[in-house]
Write a protein that binds this ligand. Sequence first.
Ligand code: GTP
Ligand code: MG
Length: 201
Amino acid sequence: MVIKDLQLETVVGVSGKLPVNTLPEIAFAGRSNVGKSSLINGLLGRKSFARTSSQPGKTQTLNFYKINNELYFTDLPGYGYARVSMTLRQKWGKVIEKYFRTSKQLRCIIQLVDIRHEPTKDDIAMFDWIKSTGIKTFVVATKADKISKGAVKAQTEVIKKTLKVPAGVDIIPFSSVTKQGVNEIWQQITALVSDLPEVSS
Ligand code: GTP
Ligand code: MG
């Protein structure tokens, strides 16, 4: 997709109101520090449009990025970060749940997992829940530059088994360093969200 216009349109805090959008939304779910904001930057061809950090817990709001007046990317706070208080984690869980349940425009939830590790209990719970919503989904295995090519294949199998990824649902290795996976992920998004314009990245 040629990115002509990009803006952070809406930022929603724990007690904030979710926007009622009219364009398709694609959400990015995953543990803190897995690389959600980095993936968004990679897909948009920007270095640091979505804020990233080596410290987990960077994204603390739901951020709606409007792209070309055609679609939104929704960057979500990560789950599973022990140093965020239980109360705050529960509040976040509720906001994200409400967003997944009530958004009329949410067309696809991308589940991110770290390719180096077996998916955690939280990853499994999140992906089970995504599957239960019936919203389209696929998996992105992040930080692929950190392991060898052979290990990428083996780890993809581990992810498939642990998350019980249904047949026909893709697991795409991605690296924000090498940009491996950008084209495949865009293709997957446009294939699942049928009313988006053609991709040419
Ligand atoms: P929260 O906002 O805290 O939930 O984290 P996040 O999932 O948005 O992660 P973020 O994109 O901020 O990345 C976390 C850290 O991982 C940063 O230091 C990134 O530079 C690093 N990182 C993300 N993706 C990759 C990748 O593909 N390869 C490598 N080597 N590092 C990555
Ligand atoms: Mg983030």
